[in-house]
Ligand binder design. Structure first.
Ligand code: ME8
Length: 662
């Protein structure tokens, strides 16, 4: 029987703005699924959408449609992107699927019957206009910290999951299975930030949110997001249904691939739920880094404040092809770390690796076989020492790729493959076939060189198949091989498989070189125009600008008092609006080795998209404060003029995040 391999992406929130960052997790998972299929495993690859919750409920109401009417076109848009990127999932789960809904209701009841879920009262200060609960300490002068209005003490009945009792069990899980959570740094983060300080029971139902799965035995409650979302990994396999054959075949998951911001849910809450249900635990969770959209310098157009990065996956595939996008995502970002996406970095990758290295090697080799041997692959003849190095590198590729992929390191696997491509190009320069071709007595030598190149290209194309899905088949086709029939990783483990006498076609242009300067200008103009159109469509009627009272001068302080303020350069790695607040943005910032959350009242001046990738100035030793229920660990430094206009203060030169400011 084949060994099974079950891999999952997180399920995506329905978004009207799918961008290249959303493609990252899924392209990686698709690559692992393809790779494991080539290893001969019985693979199941799951992805889908996470459709319940307050946000969707609210957005649908604003749009005047039902939640499902709101979601359906967004899901269709996501599926279209996956199809354009050749994402070969085995199942696309939607949390609104009937099978999922039933499974969640079963799971919730099982947990309740086992005493793992109990009903209690959640009490807090409620702001009716904001529909938000606040704790005592969050209130500002006894009023809503968001809108400043009166609040009332209210109680909401909720079900709670006994998460607190699992801290030691999860610590033991990590201890016994050091591979359970990767990379290692994420495990340390979970242990130090969450498990050691102790876990609190988790609120798993709400009565105020209607767009959710009703609790069967208490229908005024709906299941609160994370139990609903995480359980997709087993509901998709038919857990709790009449036919649970897939669950029996594939569970436990071999790999949950997730972004680093949701590691806590997958490496603490999810194993605790499974332990409570008495089910086997996933073998591994991998928390990857983020793709930061727009490097600081390149995120602005020359004239204005508009970010010029093209991030729409559909447009990117249309312009450069799916292979280019997949290759960039898999190659550019050191696995586990964050990476910056800019149009320029994408174009440079396409030109250097795909057009120059791979494209050139294939077109030069197939053209020479056509020119010197009439398009028929010659048998290898006279050998020389230089051949050995190329052949050895091509033969070692099997082990090198496997080693990298065993460590879940796609960028390293691709680096290994492209080292061979580069070596083969160098081999052409060293052996100078065009000179050999002029001398009839060197025909045997010329045959060897071209045979070795052809065979190296075949091997490279086979190993590239999990990463890029179109070019390998086009390349193999030049050598009379049907790419679809090459399904075995081992088929490239031997040098010398191509038969002499095979007809070799001249390669079509596989990755045309791009004029970077021209393309960047075109893309920048296109993105700017789209931004402008969006802005105009959204622009509210101009509100009269209220002049601010000039601030009274503050008392003088001595240098020692000033030097108590710690100011540092921080890089914004993620940013979103704080729900129900017009003024606040929630930012994730990187300050050297450290990652923090900070809430800032700059939403009227900057969009979340504009903020990501920016280097800013932060007060880093301010006592944490809760704003809208979010703990803000610092303050962003801004300027405000007397019209109330706000501008970030940023380092004049590009400085590393974590740099001190004095
Ligand atoms: O978190 N770079 O959904 P989501 C890298 N529904 N990865 C990115 C990214 C970027 N710029 N932007 C998004 C959720 N992602 C929950 C999951 S699972 C039971 C529930 C990744 O739509 C992100 O890190 O916010 C995450 O892994 C995935 O997209 C879905 O994010």
């Amino acid at each position: 029987m084949k060994e099974k391999y079950y891999i999952t992406t997180p399920i995506y929130y329905p978004s009207g703005n799918w961008h290249i960052g959303h493609c990252y997790t899924t392209v990686i998972c698709d690559t692992f699924a393809r790779y494991n299929k080539m290893l001969g495993k019985d693979v199941f690859f799951l992805t889908g959408t996470d459709e319940h919750g307050q946000k969707v409920e609210k957005k649908a109401a604003e749009a005047g449609v039902t939640p499902i009417q709101f979601i359906d076109p967004l899901v269709a848009g996501l599926k279209e992107i996956w199809s354009l990127l050749d994402i070969g999932y085995d199942k696309f789960i939607r949390t609104t699927d009937e099978q999922h809904v039933k499974a969640i209701q079963t799971i919730f009841k099982q947990l309740y019957d086992k005493g793992e879920i109990y009903k209690a009262e959640y009490s807090g200060w409620y702001c009716t206009p904001c529909e938000s609960f606040w704790t005592e300490s969050q209130l500002k002068d006894g009023k809503c910290p968001d809108c400043g209005r009166e609040v009332t003490l209210e109680k909401e009945e909720s079900y709670f999951f006994r998460l607190s009792k699992y801290a030691d069990k999860i610590l033991k899980l990590y201890e016994d299975n050091p591979e359970f959570l990767q990379p290692k740094s994420r495990m340390n983060e979970m242990i130090n930030n969450f498990l050691k300080p102790g876990l609190q029971d988790l609120c798993v139902s709400r009565t105020s949110i209607k767009w959710g799965i009703p609790v069967t035995f208490d229908p005024k409650h709906t299941v609160y997001v994370w139990v609903d979302a995480l359980s997709n990994y087993i509901s998709a396999l038919g857990y709790g249904s009449e036919d649970d054959s897939l669950f029996r075949r594939y569970w436990p998951a071999d790999l949950h691939m997730v972004g680093k911001e949701i590691v806590r849910f997958h490496a603490i809450i999810w194993p605790a739920i499974l332990m409570a249900l008495g089910l086997p635990l996933p073998k591994q969770v991998y928390g990857h880094g983020w793709l930061l959209i727009g490097g600081d310098k390149l995120s602005k157009s020359k004239e204005g404040n508009v970010k010029a990065e093209l991030t729409d996956p559909k447009q990117l595939v249309e312009r450069y092809g799916s292979d280019a996008l997949r290759y960039f995502l898999l190659r550019e970002i050191p696995f586990g770390s964050d990476g910056v996406y800019t149009n320029e970095s994408l174009l440079n990758r396409i030109n250097s690796d795909l057009a120059n290295d791979l494209g050139n090697l294939v077109s030069r080799t197939t053209a020479m076989i056509n020119q010197y041997f009439g398009g028929i692959l010659p048998a290898a003849g006279d050998k020389e020492a230089v051949d050995g190095e190329l052949v050895a590198m091509a033969e070692n590729l099997h082990d090198n790729v496997k080693k990298a992929m065993d460590a879940l390191d796609c960028p390293l696997a691709l680096t290994e493959i492209f080292k061979v491509v580069q070596r083969a190009n160098k081999y052409i320069d060293e052996t100078t076939p065009w000179i050999l071709a002029k001398d009839e007595s060197k025909k045997g030598r010329l045959a060897t060189v071209l045979y070795n190149l052809a065979e190296t290209i075949r091997i490279v194309a086979v190993y590239l198949k999990p990463y890029i899905t179109k070019a390998p088949d086009k390349i193999l086709d030049c050598f009379g091989i049907d790419g679809k029939s090459v399904t075995d990783f081992e088929s490239a483990n031997k040098f010398g498989v191509l038969q002499a006498g095979t007809a070799v076609k001249k390669a079509p242009p596989i990755f045309p070189r791009i004029d970077v300067k021209k393309e960047l200008a075109e893309v920048e103009a296109m993105v700017k125009k789209a931004h402008q159109e969006k802005k105009e469509a959204k622009a509210p009627e101009a509100a009269p600008v209220k002049a601010h009272e000039p601030a009274p001068a503050k008392e003088q302080i001595d240098f020692d008092t000033f030097s108590k303020v710690e100011l540092k350069v921080a890089l914004v790695t993620a940013c979103e609006k704080v729900e129900k607040s017009k003024k606040l943005l929630k930012l994730t910032v990187k300050i050297g080795e450290e990652t923090r959350t900070v809430v800032s009242g700059i939403a009227m001046a900057y969009t979340p998209e504009e903020m990501v990738g920016k280097k800013i100035v932060m007060v880093t030793n301010l006592k944490p404060a809760k704003l809208c229920g979010i703990v803000s660990e610092g303050m962003i430094v801004c300027a405000e003029n007397d019209k109330g206009e706000i501008s970030l203060i940023r380092p004049e030169k590009d400085m590393e995040d974590g740099s001190n400011i004095f």
